[in-house]
Design a protein around this ligand. Structure first.
Ligand SMILES: C=C(O[C@@H]1C=C(C(=O)O)C=C[C@H]1O)C(=O)O
Length: 108
């Protein structure tokens, strides 16, 4: 049996749920795009002021906060931590690239 030959009511329920999943995925993409816009600006600020790309103390605070939020939202805190670490690793990669570019004029 495939999803194409299932009962009509099951098909309708599946379609309804998948439409919500598609909306949520779109929201996640838009939220991530906004987050990366902010982190790109942080990357330029850091490059201009000779600050290191990564800030482990800030990351530790974010992870502790996100784990608490995840628990109260009934989301696996370990998953929330993995997801944040995945995103932060990409941000740090961007910050390293920005720091390596000659574009940002150093400011005092
Ligand atoms: C965005 C920053 O740079 C890095 C990326 C972070 C993030 O994506 O949240 C957090 C800390 C830093 O390691 C920052 O320092 O705020």
């Amino acid at each position: 049996m495939t999803t194409s030959d299932i009962d009509e009511s099951v098909r309708a329920e599946l379609d309804r749920l998948r439409a919500s999943i598609d909306n949520i995925d779109a929201a996640v993409v838009h939220m991530l795009a906004e987050r990366f816009k902010c982190t790109q600006q942080v990357g330029h600020l850091k490059a201009q002021h000779h600050l290191p790309p990564a800030d482990p103390a800030r990351e530790a605070r974010q992870i502790a906060r996100l784990r608490q939020l995840a628990e109260s939202a009934k989301l696996d805190p370990a998953f929330a931590e993995k997801l944040l670490n995945f995103i932060i690793a990409e941000v740090i990669r961007h910050h390293e690239q920005i720091a390596d570019q000659p574009g940002d004029r150093p400011r005092r």
